[in-house]
Design a protein around this ligand. Structure first.
Ligand SMILES: *[C@@H]1O[C@H](CO)[C@@H](O)[C@H](O)[C@H]1NC(C)=O
Ligand SMILES: *[C@@H]1O[C@H](CO)[C@@H](O)[C@H](O)[C@H]1NC(C)=O
Length: 337
């Protein structure tokens, strides 16, 4: 039974791509970019809590939260990837934390707060600290994806648009923002042979991360605004600010041309009249590129600083005689059951 189950899970993994996060390339890039900013202490924390190998690097850590194995073991983590602003685009984009984060505090902001406090919680097993670390690698990315901060049409999952010439299959607007814009920008082509270790995806992400770093360091992208709130002692304030910034992009660009036909009646509903261009892979794509670049750049930059700050905190705790669990980590892998 066990063997059968694992086999089935592998099939699921290869053939279905869920869309509820910056896609694989976005998250991998955020991971690589963050690592380019790690201090020696940040690097040490990464080594301690991720135990990277040739097969499981920082970018694998950054996509781990979307892994089907994780989804199966921790189904309760699904709502941690977003916050549903119940606002009124395109006229009013606003997050109201008290009502938009569900009553049990299952949303990306609460998750960032929770995971930030768990990484250096000496009462937790190292494996739990490691999981919190990997969740952070992911959520600091997700909170910058505009459609992860919007309830309308289930964050664009129920809003179908045309990507490419007429007769192209229609795509979820959410998927356009998670993956398709990025894939077009970085020149992704669907591989013709199997690539179980994601060598190709990783090399595209590594290259993009290096380009973004050059532009950030030249002051051309992200850094000044990204730096406005990087304080692990006020995670709720910072995560709310980051989410608010992403949510404003819903009104200023993502859903700017359209008409809200009222609150969606249920999860599968989409009361929205799309007035944007017919084919979103042209002008709409062109206009989205600088937004996506800035959002990914900010995510990576902030994540680097966040990890460095957590590493400092851990060093101080150690100097003060606090000990952390020295247990070993489970063997890592895409299928972390
Ligand atoms: C915008 O939406 C928020 C949240 O729904 C609401 O509190 C606020 O009053 C609205 N602002 C305007 C100008 O309508
Ligand atoms: C924080 O994360 C832990 C571990 O995943 C989870 O059990 C707990 O419910 C979370 N707490 C909140 C407030 O979300």
């Amino acid at each position: 039974m066990r063997a059968f189950f694992v086999h089935t899970a592998l099939l699921v993994l290869s053939f279905s791509v869920e869309s509820f996060a910056w896609g694989e390339h976005g998250h991998r890039t955020v991971g690589y970019l963050a690592r380019l900013y790690f201090t020696p202490n940040g690097e040490a924390l990464f080594n301690e809590l991720l135990a990277p190998t040739a097969m499981f690097d920082i970018s694998d850590g950054a996509v781990w939260a979307d892994d089907h194995g994780v989804q199966i073991r921790m189904p309760f983590s699904k709502p941690w990837h977003y916050i549903d602003a119940k606002d009124d685009p395109p006229d009013n984009c606003t997050i109201v934390y008290s009502t938009d984060c569900d009553p049990d505090k299952h949303c990306v902001i609460a998750a960032i707060v929770n995971m930030t406090s768990r990484v250096n919680n000496q009462a937790l097993l190292k494996q739990e600290q490691s999981n919190a670390f990997k969740f952070l690698l992911h959520f600091l990315g997700d909170v910058t994806q505009p459609l992860h901060t919007e309830e309308k049409c289930k964050g664009g999952n129920n809003l179908m648009v045309q990507w490419g010439p007429l007769n192209s299959p229609r795509e979820k607007l959410h998927q356009v923002w998670d993956s398709l814009i990025i894939q077009k920008l970085i020149g992704y082509k669907r591989p013709t042979s199997p690539d179980p270790n994601n060598v190709y995806d990783k090399s595209l992400a590594r290259t993009w991360a290096a380009e973004l770093k050059t532009r950030i360091d030249a002051g051309l992208l992200a850094a000044p605004t990204a730096l406005e709130c990087i304080n692990i002692n006020t995670p709720e304030k910072c995560a709310l600010k980051w989410a608010g910034e992403a949510n404003k992009l819903i009104c200023s660009y993502v859903l700017k041309d359209g008409k809200n036909l009222g609150r969606d009646r249920n999860n599968d509903d989409c009361r929205w009249e799309w007035h944007g261009p017919e084919d979103v892979s042209k002008e709409y794509y062109q206009g989205a590129v600088p937004i996506v670049e800035a959002q990914i750049a900010k995510a990576g930059y902030r994540l680097g600083a966040w990890v460095n700050a957590l590493a400092e905190q851990r060093s101080v705790m150690r100097r003060n005689g606090i000990t952390f669990d020295e247990g070993s980590l489970r063997v890592q892998g895409r299928l972390d059951l």
